[in-house]
Design a protein around this ligand. Structure first.
Ligand SMILES: NC(=O)c1ccc[n+]([C@@H]2O[C@H](COP(=O)([O-])OP(=O)(O)OC[C@H]3O[C@@H](n4cnc5c(N)ncnc54)[C@H](OP(=O)(O)O)[C@@H]3O)[C@@H](O)[C@H]2O)c1
Length: 254
């Protein structure tokens, strides 16, 4: 059974691997046997991820890539394919949030979130997808959010992008089958730098624990099982799906 979830001989590209969820997903894929290409803008933090993988006996390479820069994505994906001959797994994880009420939000700030959290995923999936289709193999895992299931005040761009990403995932599945699957993970609230203001907000934390069956914030490692399912051969008949990993947050009204 372990072979079903094995990532041996796979090459995985993880965007936003410089910290947070992306760093842990890069580690998880490497521990399962993949060579991981850790992409993001901050070289120092990407190096830290790659070193952590090295220390555990895994294989990692740093790819500096701004997912909002289309020319950069096109060039870097081509360079990866030229060097490694393959990208078996894409984890479209890079993302940002902008917290402000709609009436105060400048259009440019809304657009920036849509560009980073939705348009970039389209561009990276298109560039990597062309290559996966040519090789008749691929696993695309888009990192959406419970904000694709719920709305929430002050994060309009994020909610819109994450809902959009679920739609994009379905379309990638429709167009990229039968050998390339595309799925999304919708994490609940996981402690990372992205949500420090919420971690520091006692009222929010109390609410989260009250209405989550797991009764706690998530940890990056909580996504590992879902990731390996969707990134490995175990997930070969799952496509177009969004797997919510939220400790019960969106299924409980409390
Ligand atoms: N934490 C949660 O509770 C949670 C819940 C649901 C969904 N998510 C989603 O999970 C993903 C990761 O979030 P996180 O919590 O790990 O956030 P984080 O700690 O703030 O990390 C965000 C990552 O995205 C990268 N990134 C941002 N803009 C980029 C760009 N233009 N080009 C390349 N990389 C870029 C950052 O790298 P650089 O700055 O080095 O470029 C960083 O590695 C996001 O899509 C987020 O929406 C998080």
């Amino acid at each position: 059974m372990a072979d079903l979830f094995s990532m041996k001989n796979r090459v995985a590209l993880v965007t936003g691997a410089s910290r947070g969820l992306g760093r842990d997903m890069a580690l998880a894929l490497a521990e399962a046997g993949a060579t991981v290409l850790c992409a993001g803008r901050t070289v120092k933090e990407l190096d830290t991820t790659a070193r952590a993988i090295d220390r555990k006996g895994g294989r990692a390479h740093v790819v500096t890539m701004d997912v909002t820069d289309e020319a950069d994505v096109v060039a870097k994906v081509a360079a990866i394919v030229a060097k490694h001959r393959r990208i078996d797994v894409l984890v479209n994880n890079a993302g940002i949030v902008h917290r402000q009420d709609i009436v105060d939000t400048a259009t440019a700030d809304f657009r920036k979130v849509i560009e980073t959290d939705l348009v970039s995923q389209f561009i990276v999936a298109r560039e990597v997808g062309r290559h996966m289709l040519a090789r008749n193999y691929g696993r695309i895992v888009n990192i959406s959010s419970v904000m694709a299931v719920l709305g929430r005040a002050s994060v309009a761009g994020y909610v819109s992008a994450k809902h959009g990403l679920v739609g994009l995932t379905k379309n990638l599945a429709a167009e990229f089958g039968p050998h390339v699957t595309a799925n999304a993970i919708a994490p609940g609230y996981i402690r990372t730098e992205l949500n420090v203001p919420l971690q520091q907000n006692k009222e929010f934390s109390d609410m989260l624990q009250r209405r989550t069956a797991a009764a706690r914030w998530g940890k990056p490692e909580d996504l590992r099982g879902a990731l390996l399912l969707l990134a490995s051969d175990a997930g070969s008949y799952i496509t177009g799906h969004t797997l919510v990993v939220d400790g019960g947050l969106t299924t409980i009204l409390a």
